[in-house]
Design a protein around this ligand. Structure first.
Ligand SMILES: Cc1cc2nc3c(=O)[nH]c(=O)nc-3n(C[C@H](O)[C@H](O)[C@H](O)COP(=O)(O)OP(=O)(O)OC[C@H]3O[C@@H](n4cnc5c(N)ncnc54)[C@H](O)[C@@H]3O)c2cc1C
Length: 470
C-alpha cells in the first residue's frame, strides 16, 4: 500500500495501516516529515517551528496518534489561559470546582477584560448552545450563516465579540468571524468549553515539531514498510476508473493495492489526469476550497522578558505569545552564536491577511511594539534576532458552506483514497482534523479490503451535568 504525503494525515493513515498489518510505503517530497506542522534547523543550528502549534484536550485522535508513535510525553498540557489587554488588565480562564458545563463559570465571572454586559450576553449565547445541544436551528440553514451573523442574532455586545468570541475563534479556526461557518464556531465552544472539563486544556509541544514524528518511521518499518523522503510524486495514472500507478521523476513508477493521497488539495488537483480534474465534480470543486494565512514571528531577546509559558493578547494584531525558552527547557535553547540571546519568544497571528503585503521589517516593528506593551521587561531589552514566517496557505478557510466541497476519504475511483485536513471530517483545518482524515482513510482501505476495523477515536465523553444533556 502506498501513502503519498508525510504530513499528519499521511502519517496517521500510514501508522494505522502498518499497525493493522499492511506493508506501507510512504513517499514525502521534502527531506523531513510533518508537512505544515513541522520544524526546521537554521544554519546556526537552532530549531524553529514553521509556526507554534497547539492542541486541545478535546483532540482525541491527535492524542491517540502521539501515543501510537511514542510522543505523548513530548506534549505538556496547561489548564490556565492568561489574557492581557493593552491597558495591562489580566484575565484568567481555568476550570474551577463546578461540574461541566459550569466549570469555567468562576473564572469567567471575575474575568477583568470583559464588562458585566459583555458577560451576560456571552452567557445567553452559551445557554442557547447548551439548550440546542450544539445544533441551534439557524446552523442548519442553507445557505450556511457566518459566525458573526450567529453572534449578532444573539445580540452579542461589541466587547463580547472582540474580546471573547473573536479571540478564541480566529486562533482556533484561522478565519475572521464574518468568513467562518457558524457551525465550526459553535462546535469549538461546545467541544472545548462546555462538554467536558478537560476539553479546553491546551497542549503545547515541548520539543521542535519535527521531533514529534520520530516514532512514525519505526512504526511503519516494523511492519516491513518504508518511509522515503525527497520523493516528490509527479503524476497519477488512472485507467478504467482505477489507479494503476504513480509516477516519480525520470518516469519511474510504483504500484500498489491501494493508494492514500494525503496531499494539500491544490497539489492533488495538479497531479490528477485532466479527465478527473475537469469532469469529476468531486475534484472539480476542490478549487472552491480557499486558503487562509497565518504569520509566525520569532524574537530572541538579550534577557528574560516573560515568565509565563504563553499568553493571549487582546485588541492587538499579535494574538499569542509563546515562551519557547520555557516550553523547550534547556534542550533546544542553544544561544545564537555571536549573539547574547537569552529568551526566545514566538508570536502567532492567525487570519493574517493584512500582514501578507507588509514587509518583514514592518511586521517586526508592529509586533515588537505590541510585545513591549504586553511585557514591560521587553521595553528595555534588546531584540538580538527576529524571523518572520508568512504561511499564505496555512489552512483551508472555514467559510460558510465549505463542507459541501470537502470530499470523503473513499472515492469513486478504485484503489484511490484521500486524506488531508481539507477532506470531509466535520472538523476545521487542524492537526486533529488531519489525523482524523488519516484514520478515516485507513478505515476505508480496511473496509474495502474486507477487513473492517475501527481506527477513529471517540470524542471526549461529556462529563458533569453534560452527561444528561449532551
Ligand atoms: C502556520 C500554521 C499554524 C498552525 N497552527 C495550528 C495549531 O496551532 N493547531 C492545529 O491543530 N493546527 C494548526 N495548523 C494546521 C495544521 O498544521 C494542519 O491542519 C495539518 O498539519 C495538516 O496536515 P495534512 O497532513 O492534512 O497536510 P500537510 O501537512 O500539508 O501534508 C501534506 C504533505 O504532502 C507533501 N507533499 C506535497 N506534494 C507532494 C508530492 N507531490 N509528493 C510527495 N509529497 C508531497 C508535503 O510536503 C506535506 O508533507 C497550523 C498550520 C499552519 C501552516
Amino acid at each position: 500500500m502506498i501513502v503519498i504525503g508525510g504530513g499528519l494525515a499521511g502519517l496517521a493513515a500510514g501508522v494505522a495501516l502498518a499497525e493493522a498489518g499492511w506493508r506501507v510505503r510512504l513517499f514525502e517530497q521534502r527531506p523531513f516529515l510533518g508537512g505544515r506542522a513541522t520544524s526546521y534547523v537554521l544554519p546556526s543550528g537552532q530549531h524553529v517551528d514553521n509556526c507554534q502549534h497547539v492542541t486541545l484536550g478535546c483532540c482525541t485522535n491527535l492524542e491517540d496518534f502521539y501515543r501510537r508513535v511514542g510522543s505523548s510525553d513530548k506534549i505538556k498540557y496547561f489548564d490556565r489561559l492568561l489574557f492581557v489587554d493593552p491597558q495591562g488588565r489580566r484575565g484568567e480562564m481555568h476550570a474551577g470546582l463546578l461540574p461541566a458545563p459550569f466549570h469555567m463559570t468562576g473564572s469567567f465571572v471575575t474575568f477583568a477584560p470583559l464588562t458585566l454586559r459583555d458577560k451576560l450576553s456571552i452567557a445567553r449565547a452559551m445557554l442557547d448552545i447548551l439548550l440546542a445541544k450544539g445544533h441551534t436551528a439557524d446552523l442548519e440553514a442553507i445557505p450556511a450563516i457566518s459566525m458573526l451573523t450567529w453572534l449578532e442574532r444573539r445580540k452579542q455586545t461589541r466587547g463580547a465579540i472582540e474580546r471573547f468570541w473573536r479571540v478564541v475563534l480566529v486562533s482556533a479556526l484561522d478565519e475572521e468571524l464574518d468568513r467562518t461557518d457558524a457551525r465550526f464556531g459553535v462546535d469549538v465552544f461546545r467541544k472545548a468549553f462546555l462538554s467536558n472539563r478537560a476539553g479546553y486544556r491546551i497542549g503545547v509541544p515541548t520539543v521542535p515539531l519535527a521531533d514529534l514524528y520520530d516514532g512514525c518511521k519505526a512504526a511503519i518499518e516494523k511492519k516491513g514498510g518504508e518511509v522515503v523522503l525527497r520523493a516528490p510524486v509527479r503524476g497519477v495514472t488512472i485507467e478504467k476508473g482505477e489507479v494503476t500507478g504513480i509516477t516519480f521523476d525520470g518516469q519511474r513508477t510504483e504500484t500498489a493495492d491501494a493508494y492514500v493521497f494525503a496531499l494539500p488539495h491544490a497539489t492533488l488537483a495538479e497531479l490528477l489526469p485532466e479527465a478527473q480534474r475537469v469532469d469529476d465534480p468531486v475534484f472539480r470543486n476542490l478549487e472552491k476550497i480557499k486558503d487562509a494565512p497565518i504569520t509566525g514571528v520569532h524574537f530572541w531577546f538579550d534577557r528574560q522578558v516573560m515568565d509565563e509559558p504563553f499568553m493571549t493578547l487582546l485588541d492587538t494584531h499579535t494574538q499569542w505569545i509563546f515562551n519557547k525558552t520555557m516550553l523547550y527547557g534547556d534542550a533546544h535553547m542553544d544561544e545564537e552564536p555571536g549573539t547574547n540571546a537569552k529568551q526566545y519568544l514566538q508570536m502567532v497571528i492567525s487570519a493574517s491577511y493584512d500582514l501578507i503585503p507588509k514587509s518583514r521589517q514592518e511586521i517586526i516593528d508592529l509586533v515588537l511594539k505590541e510585545v513591549r506593551q504586553a511585557l514591560p521587561r521587553a521595553r528595555d531589552a534588546q531584540l538580538v534576532k527576529a524571523t518572520v514566517i508568512k504561511e499564505t496557505t496555512a489552512t483551508f478557510s472555514p467559510e460558510p458552506g465549505v463542507d459541501q466541497w470537502r470530499p470523503a476519504q473513499q472515492t469513486s475511483i478504485q484503489r484511490m483514497f484521500l486524506a488531508g485536513d481539507w477532506t470531509a471530517t466535520g472538523w476545521p483545518a487542524t492537526m486533529e482534523g488531519a489525523v482524523r482524515s488519516g484514520y478515516l482513510a485507513a478505515e476505508a482501505v480496511l473496509r474495502e479490503a474486507g477487513t473492517p476495523q475501527k481506527v477513529l477515536q471517540d470524542d471526549l465523553a461529556p462529563d458533569g451535568l453534560m452527561r444528561w444533556c449532551a
